[in-house]
Each structure stands twice: as C-alpha cells, then as structure tokens.
Design a binder for this molecule. Structure first.
Ligand code: FMN
Length: 234
C-alpha cells in the first residue's frame, strides 16, 4: 500500500512513449465490464487518463470476428485507449496487433496475467509465465509488428514457489515493451488474497526496469477495484 505522501508526490501526468496519461490513473481492463459504455462513464467522471478494452483473444481479431463480438468497438472520445490482447502464437498475435493498430488503438497491452483455466488452459494469459522464452518471442514479434507502444500486464509468477516477476520485466524491457502493469498476486492466488508483500512499488521490477517508460502499481495499493496508479521509473 502506498503512503499518502507517496501518492501526493506522484506526478499528475506521465507518458507512455508519446501518449500522455493525465490524470495518472488507468482504468484496469476487466472482461465483461470495461466495454465502451463503461469506459465513457468512467471518463465522464474525470478520474482516468487511460482506459482499456476487455481482454480479446488474438484469434478473434479477424474482421469477421470483430463484427460478431464488438469487443474492440470504441468511440473517438475514449482516447487515449488501450486494446488488450491475449494469445501465445507469435505470428497470430503479431497479425492481430497490426489489426488493432489499424483500428486506431493508441496502445496495445499484452495480457500475461489472466488466471482463468479457460485462458491458461490454452497457453494464454498467466500461463506464459511458465515459459518465459516463449513470452519473449511473442513480445518481440508484437513490438516488431506495430508502431504504437506495446505494454505488458503480468502477475508475480505462476505460484509462490516460482515468482519470476523480475525476469519477466527484464525480458519485457529487452523486447521493447514501453510500460509494465504488475498484478502482484500469483496465478494460483487468482483474486483471493491480499497481494504478496514482497512485490511492492519498491521491489525489483520498479528499480531494475531501466526504460524511460512508467510502471503501474496494481490496484490494491490504491484500494480501488478498477484503477491502477502510475509510478515513474526509478
Ligand atoms: C471481473 C474482472 C475482470 C477482469 N478482466 C481482466 C482483463 O480482461 N484483463 C486484465 O488484464 N485483467 C483483468 N482483470 C484484473 C484487473 O484488471 C485487476 O488487475 C485485478 O482485479 C487486481 O485488482 P484488485 O486487487 O483491485 O482486484 C479482471 C478483474 C476482474 C475483477
């Protein structure tokens, strides 16, 4: 949990590459929740500098599929907007990333945190934490495919025995990821427990990730179920 003074001292705005986030609060992606109507409602309240679509499977980003599910529909007033993809096939995700860029996303976020067995069973979401070389190749393929900033949302590890958030962050940086959002629970913890204390804004990820981009602390530190607060890199 951040202390009030730390919160007060955070910059009011920051950038992910050329995208300005002001105010410095990000609406967390939530499947079944953060659709266009919800995002516009949150923006009208004035508290978010960046909003996100729900997670969308990269295999469902063909023009035909988009007409069916409408998960990536948005209106011009929702900018800046992140679109979040999941998947584990580098070519397929790179192709989906190009489509997302053409659709007009300001930022593409890669999901490496979803704990749902339906998602991890297919090797997507948090499952990638068990195969970091594969995660690296996926991230490299995506950053090579698009001009827009690519960010990564990830968990602390698959379980408490295999915490690998520092290596994940380092690999993300090597792959050209512009910013990180760490959900400091393991996949095994899902949403059940208070996030593990070892993974805090002062942990390795923040200090060892050297890019000029921002890291985002998880929502729990702000006691909000829907927002993440931006922390500048050390
Ligand atoms: C209903 C629901 C749907 C979610 N869907 C997504 C999603 O699509 N993509 C994602 O990265 N995280 C998703 N999350 C995780 C949240 O973005 C957030 O990281 C998580 O709830 C941790 O915050 P908390 O401790 O305040 O719950 C979802 C969470 C909830 C509760």
């Amino acid at each position: 949990m951040l202390h009030q003074t730390e919160i007060n001292n955070l910059p009011h705005a920051y950038h992910i590459e050329h995208i300005r986030i002001e105010p410095n609060i990000i609406l967390a992606p939530m499947a079944g929740v953060t659709d266009s109507v919800f995002r516009r409602m949150m923006l009208r309240l004035g508290g978010c500098g960046l909003v996100s679509t729900e997670m969308t499977n990269a295999a469902s980003v063909s023009p035909k599929a988009l007409k069916r599910h409408h998960l990536l529909d948005f209106l011009p007033q929702e900018r800046p907007l992140t679109m979040q993809l999941s998947g584990n096939d580098a070519d397929l995700i790179a192709n989906a990333a190009r489509i997302v860029e053409q659709l007009g996303a300001d930022i593409l976020d890669m999901n490496c945190g979803c704990p749902s067995p339906k998602v991890t069973g297919g090797g997507h979401g948090a499952s990638l934490l068990r195969d970091l070389p594969k995660l690296s190749s996926v991230l490299k393929a995506v950053t090579a495919a698009v001009q827009i900033p690519v960010t990564l949302k990830f968990r602390a590890g698959w379980d408490e025995e295999t915490l690998n958030y520092v290596e994940t962050a380092q690999r993300a940086e090597d792959a050209g990821i512009a910013a990180l959002a760490l959900h400091p629970r393991t996949r095994e913890q899902a949403y059940k427990v208070v996030p593990i204390g070892a993974v805090s804004p002062r942990c390795g990820v923040r200090w060892r990730f050297r890019s000029s981009a921002a890291a985002m602390s998880p929502t729990r530190w702000m006691r909000s179920s829907a927002c993440a607060i931006a922390l500048p890199m050390a």
